[in-house]
Design a protein around this ligand. Structure first.
Ligand SMILES: *[C@@H]1O[C@H](CO)[C@@H](O)[C@H](O)[C@H]1NC(C)=O
Ligand SMILES: *[C@@H]1O[C@H](CO)[C@@H](O)[C@H](O)[C@H]1NC(C)=O
Ligand SMILES: *[C@@H]1O[C@H](CO)[C@@H](O)[C@H](O)[C@H]1NC(C)=O
Ligand SMILES: *[C@@H]1O[C@H](CO)[C@@H](O)[C@H](O)[C@H]1NC(C)=O
Ligand SMILES: *[C@@H]1O[C@H](CO)[C@@H](O)[C@H](O)[C@H]1NC(C)=O
Ligand SMILES: *[C@@H]1O[C@H](CO)[C@@H](O)[C@H](O)[C@H]1NC(C)=O
Ligand SMILES: *[C@@H]1O[C@H](CO)[C@@H](O)[C@H](O)[C@H]1NC(C)=O
Ligand SMILES: *[C@@H]1O[C@H](CO)[C@@H](O)[C@H](O)[C@H]1NC(C)=O
Ligand SMILES: *[C@@H]1O[C@H](CO)[C@@H](O)[C@H](O)[C@H]1NC(C)=O
Ligand SMILES: *[C@@H]1O[C@H](CO)[C@@H](O)[C@H](O)[C@H]1NC(C)=O
Ligand SMILES: *[C@@H]1O[C@H](CO)[C@@H](O)[C@H](O)[C@H]1NC(C)=O
Ligand SMILES: *[C@@H]1O[C@H](CO)[C@@H](O)[C@H](O)[C@H]1NC(C)=O
Ligand SMILES: [Cu+2]
Length: 573
């Protein structure tokens, strides 16, 4: 009996192995490279204390995905953690295939603990740096990693090949658990606790307790040029970044090339990526690269610490006792942030032509506000200003996530999940950036409204920041698209004057744009990617408060302009 049992076990194993081989052959035959992401709790020690954090494959930051332009890859996401999770490929347009995009309750239900989901990631026009991150509650605080999109075989960077490349992933660290941070934030109705540190590639660096020995070091050779792929993965903050005594030259943002822009600092929004060239042309020594916050809301506390990594010149020399620190703009320097972002320009050369829509079919104007809800009883759960609960809105609608995903409801004509009447303009026009605004304006409506766009419509969207509750910057992000940022300014958008200044020649192509504090930004795109695409502020607290909506882009007439059907293993609700 014993040998028979062994044989049947062996046979079973052979069948299973065969299935595995078959599955990977199917993928292999399609020429797709395959990756496995196991989401799980892993202990990490930072700032003198240890806690469990959610990671992918035990790594923090998670694994870097390396692809070529136009490639499609498959990622098997296994949830072996204790929480619902989804994974989003930030800035990857996923043409006609929103099924793998990731935002929970928008394009899928979460992958519940113990479950898995095979995600297809379809690259098209992107080239440069993007990133992936979790897209449920605050889980992206530790669940993120870089995506590097190399030029197609036989094509090259539009700049001299750098000697080496380094990803620089900026993040944020809390001593308390992220789930506890999120739960307390949801209950309190106030601002969330600020972080205890910023990080570069997961490390706070020399200026924090218990961190020095693990500070990230970049070894460079004098005279060589390096490509830094900078990603802002921080949960809540726009950051300034600089390298002491070194100018850097911006050559790309959000996986699109820019005209070279030489600067001594950058401002980078959560969600955004900026590729820079850095020439190691200074006397041999150690230099800090550093990042600190840009926090524009008056009276709001912020994490005032500075994260560092060390730029170390190779060789034997007498190093100074302490590396030089760069001068970063002050935490409240709105001009430093907005004027840097406003200097970005598309490369727009023969090999990288731009396609800014010129005849606009759909004009939208979205006012982005921080709001408050009154509390009937003043309890500890009303920690917003004046005993309120903080909220946020677009066109006075504070977005509420449904409990079934919108994409499924749209595709299968399930009613009662979302409304398709998102307003094209605010319900009330007022002086959005006035110093004092009447308090009745503070309270938004609650809803799950989306904007429906015809296939191939040409969209112009003006984001207008308001001074309700707290005027501040809003890094707005749209899934499934990149958009041209054709203009920006402070104060109220002037529909007669401001369009005269639009840049239709070489505007930057981005997927995230920081709408400046009490200002506006105009974007343009062509709605040629059918599906359901989330749009939201990339400051996680504002997203949680409801500064979100979605676009439904309808199918076009031809099969190539229509949604691909869903995979069989969409996670159920
Ligand atoms: C904020 O953090 C401190 C220290 O980590 C903790 O004691 C406190 O409970 C936190 N407060 C909230 C509202 O999460
Ligand atoms: C630095 O020096 C080491 C040892 O001399 C060498 O192996 C390495 O290639 C050099 N360059 C970098 C960037 O580390
Ligand atoms: C950086 O650029 C500025 C302006 O172009 C220039 O004045 C300065 O000398 C440069 N610094 C370095 C270290 O190259
Ligand atoms: C940062 O904030 C802390 C607490 O709010 C304060 O004690 C400290 O002096 C501040 N540090 C700097 C460099 O501003
Ligand atoms: C480093 O400094 C010491 C003492 O000042 C000197 O003797 C040595 O020659 C220096 N080395 C280099 C590589 O400059
Ligand atoms: C920035 O804050 C400092 C004090 O921390 C203040 O003196 C300065 O006026 C502020 N600047 C702006 C532009 O608000
Ligand atoms: C705004 O910042 C830019 C640097 O990016 C600087 O050239 C300019 O002088 C600043 N303007 C003001 C008013 O501070
Ligand atoms: C007000 O208090 C009552 C009883 O303490 C509680 O049931 C109710 O949920 C509270 N309402 C709000 C809006 O906090
Ligand atoms: C709006 O408010 C700002 C700030 O108080 C003020 O400077 C501006 O003149 C106002 N605009 C209009 C059109 O009233
Ligand atoms: C808080 O109350 C004061 C005084 O009534 C008012 O001026 C202010 O606008 C209120 N702020 C918020 C955010 O409700
Ligand atoms: C969409 O526009 C492109 C040109 O911009 C055109 O080639 C294509 O036929 C249009 N598709 C549909 C379905 O209208
Ligand atoms: C996890 O997702 C399922 C399916 O949508 C949902 O029913 C459940 O409430 C979620 N759990 C938590 C803790 O959010
Ligand atoms: Cu925001």
């Amino acid at each position: 009996m014993f040998p028979v049992k062994t044989n049947s076990v062996l046979l079973l194993m052979q069948i299973m192995l065969g299935l595995l081989v078959f599955a990977s052959m199917v993928l292999h035959c399609q020429g797709l490279s395959r990756h496995t992401f196991v989401v799980k709790e892993t202990p990490y020690t930072r700032l003198c204390s240890t806690k469990n954090i959610l990671t992918v494959n035990g790594k923090f930051p998670g694994p870097t995905l390396q692809v070529r332009k136009g490639e499609t890859i498959v990622v098997d996401v296994h949830n072996k953690g204790d929480y619902n999770i989804t994974i989003h490929w930030h800035g990857v347009k996923q043409p006609r295939y929103p099924w793998s995009d990731g935002p929970e309750y928008i394009t899928q239900c979460p992958i519940q603990p113990g479950k898995k989901f095979r995600q297809k990631v379809i690259f098209s026009s992107e080239e440069g740096t993007l990133w992936w991150h979790a897209h449920s509650d605050f889980t992206r605080a530790t669940v993120y990693g870089a995506i590097i999109i190399h030029p197609k075989k036989g094509t090259h960077y539009p700049f001299p090949k750098p000697y080496a490349e380094f990803p620089i992933i900026l993040g944020e660290w809390w001593k308390q658990g992220i789930m506890e941070l999120y739960e307390t934030f949801r209950l309190s109705g106030g601002d969330p606790n600020v972080s205890d540190a910023y990080t570069i590639n997961g490390q706070p660096g020399d200026l924090y307790p218990c961190s020095k020995s693990e500070t990230v070091k970049l070894m460079v050779d004098h005279g060589k040029t390096y490509l830094l792929r900078i990603i802002n993965a921080a949960l809540q903050d726009i950051l300034f970044f600089a390298v002491a005594k070194h100018n850097i030259t911006v050559v790309g943002t959000d996986a699109s090339y820019t005209k070279p822009l030489t600067t001594d600092y950058i401002a980078i929004s959560p969600g955004q990526t900026i590729d820079v060239l850095m020439k190691a042309n200074q006397p041999q020594g150690d230099y800090y690269m550093a990042a600190s916050v840009y926090s524009s809301a008056a009276g709001v506390t912020y994490d005032n610490t500075t994260t560092t990594a060390i730029l170390h010149y190779n060789g034997t020399y007498n190093a100074s006792s302490r590396p030089y620190l760069p001068n970063l703009p002050s935490y409240n320097d709105t001009n430093a942030s907005a004027s840097f972002t406003g200097k970005l320009r598309s490369l727009a050369d023969e090999d990288h032509p731009i396609k800014v829509p010129l005849n606009i079919s759909t004009k939208l104007f979205y006012a982005a506000s921080v709001n408050t809800f009154p509390c009937n009883n003043r309890t500890s759960y009303c920690e917003g200003p004046n005993g309120t609960r903080l909220a946020a809105s677009l066109n006075n609608i504070s977005f509420e996530l449904p409990t079934t995903d919108i994409l499924k409801a749209y595709y299968n004509h399930i009613g009662g999940v979302y409304g398709d009447q998102f307003p094209s303009v605010p319900p009330l026009l007022f002086n959005f950036t006035a110093d004092y605004l009447p308090s009745f304006l503070l309270t938004p409506k609650i809803g799950t409204e989306v904007k429906v766009l015809e296939y191939n419509s040409t969209v112009e969207l003006v984001f207008q920041g308001t001074n309700l509750a707290a005027g501040t910057d809003h890094p707005m992000h749209i899934h499934g698209y990149s958009f041209y940022v054709v203009g920006w300014g402070f104060g109220n958008f002037d529909k007669d004057k401001d369009p005269l200044g639009y840049n239709l020649v070489d505007p930057p192509l981005q997927n995230t744009i920081a709408v400046p504090k009490n200002g506006w930004a105009t974007i343009r795109f062509k709605a040629n990617n059918p599906g359901v695409w989330f749009m939201h502020c990339h400051l996680e607290r504002h997203l949680s408060w409801g500064m979100d909506s979605a676009f439904i882009v309808k199918n076009g007439d031809y099969p190539e302009a229509q949604l691909i059907s869903p995979p069989p293993d969409m996670p159920p609700c």
